[in-house]
Design a protein around this ligand. Structure first.
Ligand SMILES: Cc1cc2nc3c(=O)[nH]c(=O)nc-3n(C[C@H](O)[C@H](O)[C@H](O)COP(=O)(O)O)c2cc1C
Length: 350
């Protein structure tokens, strides 16, 4: 039996729910005959270096599409980079009827998974959950999940996240792109259906002050008085207050490995949602380090020193085989409350 256009549309709708850096959803899903195409709409901003954040999101889109298609009784046949890895056509997806209906335990979480940037409860991660998550990564064949084992390694990993946040407030280009991607009102969020709606940042009473930081001049003056350290300390505290920090390590830097790493990241996030756990990526330090290792000129000498400390802290926190294989850093745990609001998605019309 061939697949109907209605089912492909449904699969695309679930695929669109994937997470993306700053919720930019920098891809397009389009129907070509009976093939669903995933087209990258990445930009060449230095902080999208090697399209790492974009490719990680595309991996999540493909993971969602696979789970949904199997839930609907179709096997997804995926051709990656049919026109070459530097082209915009990321993947062509075809669907063939599965001999048996194969219910997907992670399917219900495609719709409910969400980033939770609030406080988490001071609770340990039960050893059986820890094992299950590590096993999920092992079985994927896409990469490894490393989790902090004790408070000393958590402190190191939280320090690495701290250094990433510090640079975010101190680098004009990063500041500019972050603030451009914020949607300041509900109406604005509903109009674009992408970007970071301010309420999802869970800033609480600090929100009015944060709004003033749109101005780089003000931010850079306040940085002189310790603003970037104050902001980074907030992230450090959130990390220390969560059950663990996790790091995904991938075998190499190829676009295919990054994309597969994105599939693994989404699978783990959905798995955590199914276990009642919440997650917040702390990706800044990871992306800054990759850029720093290849093109240090994007950073000032003092920012380079901060990044060197970040790299050291990550290495001490996690027993990595290859530090250049870092794909994603995140904190995880039991959220104190549900997210205040959910981020929106662009409507898929195929
Ligand atoms: C590649 C990638 C990097 C991300 N980095 C961060 C991050 O550093 N901090 C953060 O709070 N969220 C981060 N996120 C989460 C996204 O902002 C979030 O998924 C997006 O806003 C959509 O919201 P949702 O996941 O709740 O649907 C990242 C997501 C992806 C896929």
């Amino acid at each position: 039996m061939t697949i109907s256009q209605e089912i492909i549309s449904e699969i695309a709708r679930y695929a669109q729910m994937a997470p993306s850096g700053d919720n930019l959803q920098d891809w397009r899903l389009s129907l070509n005959g009976d093939t669903l195409e995933l087209i990258g709409e990445f930009d060449d901003h230095p902080f999208n270096f090697n399209h790492r954040p974009s490719l990680t999101g595309y991996g999540a889109v493909l993971e969602n599409a696979r789970i949904a298609s199997e839930e609907f009784g179709f096997e997804m046949i995926e051709e990656l980079f049919p026109e070459g890895a530097n082209k915009k056509l990321i993947s062509s997806l075809r669907f063939s009827k599965s001999p048996s209906k194969n219910q997907q335990p992670l399917f219900p979480y495609l719709e409910t998974r969400a980033v939770n940037r609030g406080k988490y409860q001071k609770k340990e991660l039960p050893p059986e959950m820890r094992k299950e998550l590590v096993k999920t990564a092992e079985e994927s064949g896409f990469g490894k999940l490393l989790l902090t084992e004790n408070s000393a390694s958590k402190q190191k990993a939280a320090k690495a996240a701290f250094f990433g946040s510090q640079i975010m407030m101190e680098h004009q280009g990063v500041h500019q792109s972050l603030f451009q991607n914020i949607r300041w009102t509900q109406a604005e969020a509903e109009k674009t259906r992408d970007g970071l709606f301010i309420k999802t940042l869970e800033l609480g009473f600090q929100e009015p002050a944060f709004r003033l930081l749109r101005s780089w001049t003000l931010t850079s003056i306040l940085n002189f008085f310790g603003l970037s350290l104050f902001a980074a300390f907030r992230d450090y505290q959130l990390s220390m207050g969560s059950s663990a920090l996790g790091l995904i390590e991938i075998p190499d830097d190829s676009p295919q490995s990054i994309l597969n790493g994105g599939k693994l990241f989404e699978r783990l996030w959905l798995k955590m949602s199914s276990l009642g756990l919440s997650l917040q990526p702390e990706s800044a330090i990871v992306y800054f380090l990759h850029l720093f290792w290849e093109q240090p000129h994007h950073f000032t000498p003092s920012q380079r020193r901060v990044l060197e400390k970040g790299a050291r802290a990550l290495k001490e926190a996690f027993p990595m085989k290859n530090e250049k294989g870092i794909l994603m850093l995140f904190r995880l745990g039991y959220a104190s409350k549900a997210p205040s609001t959910r981020s929106l998605r662009k409507l898929v019309e195929i």
